[in-house]
Design a protein around this ligand. Structure first.
Ligand code: BES
Ligand code: MN
Ligand code: ZN
Length: 496
C-alpha cells in the first residue's frame, strides 16, 4: 500500500529531485525554466533533436542524470501552443507531468510555468488537480510490495512564481480532488466491504464538512411506500438504505439543486441472473451514488454558495428465496405500479422511488440523476461519452458546456412518446423493460415517469463510471466520473 504523494509549493529557486518542466512548440521555454536549465547549456536541444521532440502537446523528453544539474532526471513535457490551452488541458498536463515522475523517485519538482510565463494561482491549482488524480492508486488490499525500490514517502513540489497564491488556490480546489478520490474509492471497493450500510456510514463522514446527512432504513422506506426500491433489495441479507445529504451554502429558503445516484452495491441480476463472465464488475454498479457523494464532498469542502441535495438509493440485487420474481408487480412511492419483467433491470426501480421522493420533498430547481443503468448505452456511445436524457434544453446546454470544459462529456439521446409506450404493461402501469431495441432510451423513459415537470437530466454512466479507459489523469478502474462535471455545472450556473 502506498500513500498519495505529498504535494507542496515552492519558489522557482528551490528545485529538488526529479525536475519536470514544460515547453511550447519549437522548444520555447518560459524565463524561469530557462534559468533553471541554463547550467546544461545545449543539452536539451541536442536531446530533443535526437528524439525528434518538438514540444508538441503531451509529448515528453527524458534526460537521465544530466551532469551539470545535480538532479537525477530532467523531464520536458510539451504543451503545444500554450495560448490555446483550456483549463482541462492544464489539468491533463498536470497528469502527464506526474506520470513522468518515476516510481523510484522520492522527490520531484514540477515547474509551474509554460512558455508564455508563470501559471497564475488558479492554473497551478488545475495542474495540481491533474497531478493528484494521476497519482491515485487503489492498492489497500495489496499486502505485498512488488517493488522494494519504491520509497515509502514521495514529495512533489510545484515551483511557482507566487507560491502563496498557488497554495491558496489549491486549498480551494483540493476538495474537488478529494471528492473525485472519494468517488473512485467507493467504486473500487469490493461489495463484501461496501454494502449499503457501509456506504451510508462513509457518506455520514460528510457531516465533518458541514453536510447534513440522513439515513432512511427499511422501516422508514416502508412507511414512505418505496415499494420499487425495497423490491430490489429484498433478496439480500444487507438492508437497503437511502441516504440524503444536504449542503446549504446558498441563500436561506432558495430551492436546492438536486443530485440523485443509483447505488446498487452489487448487481447479480437477481433471479434474472447475469452470466458469470465479468460479473465481478458489478461491484461498480453504485458509481452514480459514488459520484453524488463525491460531489457533495467537493461542494462542502469549497463552501459552494448553493443549496444542494444529494440522494442515493443503496441496495444489493441478489437471487434468493426472498428475492423478487419476474412477473411481480410493485407499487412505487408515487402510487404508480411496475411489473417486473427482468429483475436485472433494477436500477430504474431504485431511482423511480428516490427521484419521486426528492422531487416531492425538496421541490428542487432541477434534478440530475446518475446511474450505471444500461449496457445499451455502452453499445451506443462506448466509454467516451455518458448518455444524457433530459426534459429541459437549458439544463442540456449547461451540462454539455460543463462536459466540454472538464472533459467529462455527455451526449444527448432522445426521449419521446413512441419510446414511452414501449414500457406500457398488460398488468400494471408500466413494465421495467422495453425489449432489446433502444434499451437505454426505454430505461430513461421509465425514470421520466417519476419526475413530473421538474427540469431533469438522467446521465447513463455505465460506460464512463467504471472499467474506465486509462487517461492521463486516471489509471484506476474507477474514474470518479461526474464529480468534476457537476461541480463545474454548479459553479458556472447556480452559485449566486
Ligand atoms: N448495472 C446494469 C447495467 C450495466 C451493464 C452497467 C454493464 C455497467 C456495465 C443494469 O442493472 C442492467 O443489468 N441492465 C440491463 C437491463 C436489461 C435487463 C433490460 C442491461 O443493460 O442489460
Ligand atoms: Mn442489472
Ligand atoms: Zn444494475
Amino acid at each position: 500500500m502506498t500513500d498519495a504523494p505529498k504535494l507542496g509549493f515552492t519558489s522557482f529557486a528551490r528545485l529538488r529531485g526529479v525536475l519536470v518542466v514544460f515547453c511550447g512548440e519549437n522548444l520555447k521555454f518560459g524565463a524561469a525554466t530557462q534559468r533553471a536549465l541554463a547550467p546544461v547549456g545545449d543539452l536539451v536541444r541536442r536531446a530533443a533533436a535526437a528524439d525528434r521532440f518538438n514540444g508538441k502537446s503531451g509529448a515528453t523528453l527524458d534526460i537521465v542524470a544530466p551532469t551539470e544539474l545535480k538532479l537525477p532526471r530532467l523531464v520536458v513535457v510539451g504543451t503545444g501552443k500554450d495560448g490555446e490551452l483550456k483549463r482541462r488541458d492544464v489539468v491533463k498536463l498536470g497528469g502527464i507531468a506526474m506520470g513522468k515522475v518515476p516510481a523510484v523517485a522520492a522527490e520531484a519538482t514540477i515547474i509551474a510555468e509554460f512558455a508564455s510565463g508563470a501559471l497564475k494561482g488558479d492554473q497551478v491549482a488545475d495542474l495540481v488537480l491533474g497531478a493528484r488524480l494521476r497519482a491515485y492508486r487503489f492498492d489497500r488490499y495489496k499486502t505485498k510490495r512488488k517493488d522494494d525500490n519504491r520509497p515509502k514517502k514521495v514529495e512533489v513540489d510545484f515551483a511557482c512564481g507566487n507560491p502563496a497564491a498557488a497554495e491558496k488556490a489549491w486549498a480551494n480546489a483540493v476538495g474537488l480532488a478529494d471528492g473525485v478520490v472519494l468517488a473512485r474509492d467507493l467504486v473500487n471497493e469490493p461489495a463484501n466491504v461496501l454494502y449499503p450500510a457501509e456506504f451510508a456510514r462513509r457518506a455520514s463522514n460528510l457531516t465533518k464538512l458541514g453536510v447534513g446527512v440522513e439515513v432512511l432504513d427499511v422501516a422508514a422506506m416502508k412507511k414512505l411506500g418505496m415499494g420499487a426500491l425495497l423490491g430490489v433489495g429484498q433478496g439480500s441479507v444487507h438492508e437497503s438504505k437511502v441516504v440524503v445529504m444536504r449542503w446549504n451554502g446558498g441563500k436561506r429558503g432558495t430551492a436546492p439543486v438536486a443530485f440523485i445516484g443509483k447505488g446498487v452495491c452489487f448487481d447479480t441480476g437477481g433471479i434474472s441472473i447475469k452470466p458469470a463472465s465479468g460479473m465481478e464488475d458489478m461491484k461498480g454498479d453504485m458509481a452514480g451514488a459514488a459520484c453524488v457523494a463525491g460531489l457533495m464532498h467537493a461542494l462542502a469542502a469549497r463552501k459552494a454558495k448553493v443549496n444542494a441535495v444529494g440522494a442515493i438509493g443503496l441496495v444489493e440485487n441478489m437471487p434468493d428465496g426472498k428475492a423478487q420474481r419476474p412477473g411481480d408487480i410493485v407499487k412505487t412511492m408515487s402510487g404508480q405500479t411496475i411489473e417486473i419483467i427482468n429483475t436485472d433491470a433494477e436500477g430504474r426501480l431504485v431511482l423511480a422511488d428516490v427521484l419521486h421522493y426528492v422531487n416531492k420533498r425538496f421541490k428542487p430547481r432541477f434534478m440530475v440523476n446518475l446511474a450505471t443503468l444500461t449496457g445499451a448505452i455502452i453499445v451506443a456511445l462506448g466509454q467516451q461519452y455518458a448518455g444524457m436524457f433530459a426534459n429541459d434544453d437549458k439544463l442540456v446546454e449547461r451540462l454539455t458546456k460543463a462536459g466540454e470544459a472538464t472533459g467529462e462529456r455527455v451526449w444527448r439521446m432522445p426521449l419521446g412518446p413512441e419510446y414511452d409506450k414501449m414500457i406500457d404493461s398488460k398488468f400494471a402501469d408500466m413494465k421495467n423493460t422495453g425489449g432489446r431495441w433502444g434499451g437505454a432510451i426505454t430505461a430513461a423513459q421509465l425514470l421520466q415517469r417519476f419526475v413530473d415537470k421538474t427540469p431533469w437530466a438522467h446521465l447513463d454512466i455505465a460506460g464512463t463510471g467504471m472499467d474506465s479507459p486509462q487517461t492521463d489523469i486516471n489509471k484506476s478502474w474507477a474514474s470518479g466520473w461526474g464529480v468534476r462535471l457537476l461541480d463545474r455545472l454548479v459553479e458556472d450556473y447556480y452559485e449566486r
